[in-house]
Design a protein around this ligand. Structure first.
Ligand code: AGP
Length: 616
């Protein structure tokens, strides 16, 4: 989720691009850089840290005559946030410079192939490899846009690329696949950016570059062609949003934007971790022998991350028969836990800065327990201090209520469980078939977003509920706990969350007219002559008999729950029950959002809360 910007025209191009990068800072960044033609060369200035660090470099550089520039603010996915890893990057001959947003999945193979041809690389990034691939084509004497067109056919993964060349200084070439890129059109000036807010101060005439298309920009022209060099017509649209609305992508709140980003986040989280044989691979994770040795997994986290950890427990125990405990970080560090020397401690944290989780991590390291992080923010404390870290690659999560990070965390735990199954040849798991399901999950998540109409009607009922139960069995119970936290923290509605079978042991005393009970019923696996869903339906009937309002989340092919539930939300079914349960979090997120909106709550900054709890 990097920020990309480029400008060609009569203004001071470096100042424009720096301003554009500042308008993209909500996308998060850990380093930034700018490239521009200088005499017969390309000048690159780049710096790790906040944008102001780059600003200080620019203050000491004469750029007032520059009329073409491109810039990048990096949200690191490969390689730590350092000056060297910052974009832009050169190719081998420094004829070409590029900036990139996304993940080049086959960058390791390409890097080896080019190194064998004598290429030298300075950074750890996939982007520098892409620069060398483009330069490799450009050095054959074709125009820059043709070099880009040929080069991207060798790239696999998600990318938005902008390319500048030393020999064609008044031109920027841009292309994209799965990462956003927007063109902006002005009077004798043209520009581009990864998001609309960066363009609005200069133009409201924009066009989203389509997947696979290649744009060639100068200060007086824009041409677009497809991957087969066929001309693509320019279709500009006029943006009416104000800048604040544009930062939210036109959504009313970051939370709604981030809920809707989840289909893309699923693809981003999986990117680079599934090879063409449907095998899972993780870079820089423990050696394979370690996974044969580990005898227990302890997952330590807070809040939403804790709920993701419960899904991890479900996966490790069900798929791997590997004992797993999940601890609240605050309880772990003061609970004097019994830790096997062969155990693995997994720390899940979106921010990577949660004080209780960090303290628990340091306790494990004192006890010489292996530690693995599942973290969203590269360069964060937990990411740096764990022995190994897998990044969720969900992009910056701005809203205090965590949504896309949860989905990404559960996906990483799923990938990890499958990876361990693959490495230890765990019996009874067909890794490639589950991997095939993961590849289709993004589309199914998109379908879950279409439940918004049903959820809106439901929100009208739930908004005044004195109490809302979240109930289910197995993974549905765990997802229900996350749904309950959402409703608590942004709509301030009291909730009770537990396995459905537990209701009759006391909590059902709270059921009365007006109380809403939301049941996750996505699992139709048969157990002891009846399905899990049938057992959940029995629990629904117990609640209904006492006057409670019943809501059921089930899968599309089911038509049994509507016999009992007043509201039914249907989502696509997955072969693996834990993936159906995971998808059911999307309507629950939408429900909490719409209840909060209807009740006039402050959604992105809910009362009493902070995005990262860096205090005990
Ligand atoms: C989730 O919506 C909350 N914002 C909160 O529970 C959060 O998940 C918790 O504080 C953990 O944060 P972390 O993932 O950054 O460690």
């Amino acid at each position: 989720m990097c920020g990309i910007a480029g400008y060609l025209g009569p203004r001071k191009a470096v100042d424009v691009v720096f301003d554009q990068l500042k308008r993209l800072e909500y996308r998060g960044y850990d380093s930034a850089g700018i490239a521009f033609p200088e005499r017969q060369d390309i000048r690159i200035l780049k710096k790790a840290g906040k944008l102001s660090e780059l600003g200080r470099l620019l203050e000491d550089t004469e750029t007032s005559d520059v009329r073409t520039a491109m810039g990048h603010s990096r949200w690191a996915t490969h390689g730590a946030p350092t000056d060297t890893n910052a974009h832009p990057h050169f190719d081998q001959t420094e004829n070409v410079s590029i900036i990139h947003n996304g993940i080049i999945e086959n960058y390791l193979e390409l890097r080896e192939e080019l190194a064998a041809k004598g290429h030298h690389f300075h950074s750890q990034t996939d982007t520098e490899v892409a620069a060398h691939v483009i330069g490799d084509e450009y050095d054959k004497g074709v125009p820059l846009e043709e070099a880009v067109r040929l080069a991207v056919k060798r790239l696999r993964g998600a990318y938005a690329l902008v390319v500048m060349s030393r020999t064609e200084p008044g031109k920027l070439v841009a292309t994209r696949n799965a990462s956003p890129l927007i063109l902006g059109f002005g009077e004798h000036e043209n520009m581009l950016a990864s998001d609309i807010p960066a363009l609005l101060p200069y133009t409201r005439e924009v066009m989203v570059l389509e997947e696979g298309d290649i744009a060639v920009l100068t200060d007086h022209s824009v041409r677009i062609m497809d991957g087969d060099s066929r001309e693509v017509p320019i279709k500009a649209m006029t943006i009416e949003w104000d800048i604040a609305a544009a930062e939210r992508g036109g959504y009313e709140h970051f939370m709604l934007k981030e809920i809707h980003e989840q289909p893309d986040v699923i693809r981003q989280t999986l990117a680079g971790r599934i090879d063409d044989k449907n095998q899972i691979r993780f870079e820089q994770i423990f050696g394979e022998h370690v996974w044969h040795e580990i005898d227990r997994v302890n997952i330590i986290a807070c809040g939403t991350a804790y709920h993701a950890g419960l899904m991890g427990k479900y996966l490790f125990e069900k798929l791997l028969r590997l004992p797993c405990d999940v601890y609240y970080s605050s309880e772990f560090r003061y609970g004097d836990p019994v830790l096997s020397p062969k155990s693995l401690a997994i720390f899940i944290s979106q921010s990577g800065e949660t004080a209780d989780s960090l303290a628990a991590l340091r306790l494990c390291k004192e006890k010489r327990i292996r530690t693995l992080g599942i973290v969203n923010v590269i360069g964060s404390s937990i990411a740096r201090e764990c022995d190994r870290t897998i990044f969720t690659q969900a992009g910056p999560e701005i809203s205090v209520a965590s949504t896309k990070a949860y989905t990404a965390q559960v996906l990483v735990l799923t990938l990890l469980a499958l990876y361990v199954a693959q490495v230890t040849e765990a019996p009874g798991i067909r890794v490639p078939s589950v991997v095939e399901e993961l590849k289709g999950l993004s589309e199914k998540a998109k379908a879950c977003l279409n439940t918004e109409d049903v959820v809106l009607a439901l929100a009208e009922d739930v908004r005044n509920a004195p109490l809302c139960f979240f109930l289910g069995r197995g993974a549905d119970a765990y997802v229900g706990m996350e749904g309950a936290l959402k409703l608590k923290e942004i709509a301030y509605i009291p909730t009770q969350e537990m396995p459905a079978g537990e209701m009759k042991h006391g909590p059902i005393a709270l059921i009365q007219p007006g109380v809403v009970s939301i049941f996750g019923a996505t699992n139709d696996a048969v157990l002891e002559h009846s399905s899990i869903r049938e057992k959940v339906i029995s629990n629904m009937q117990e609640v209904k008999a006492r006057g409670g309002t019943i809501v059921a989340i089930t899968t599309e092919e089911d038509n049994t729950v509507e016999r009992v539930a007043e509201y039914v939300v249907k989502i696509p079914k997955c072969e693996s029950e834990f993936l159906s349960a995971l998808l059911s979090v999307i309507p629950l997120q939408l429900l909490s959002y719409h209840v909060a909106r209807l009740n006039g709550c402050e959604i992105d900054q809910p009362r009493n809360l902070a995005k990262s709890v860096t205090v005990e």
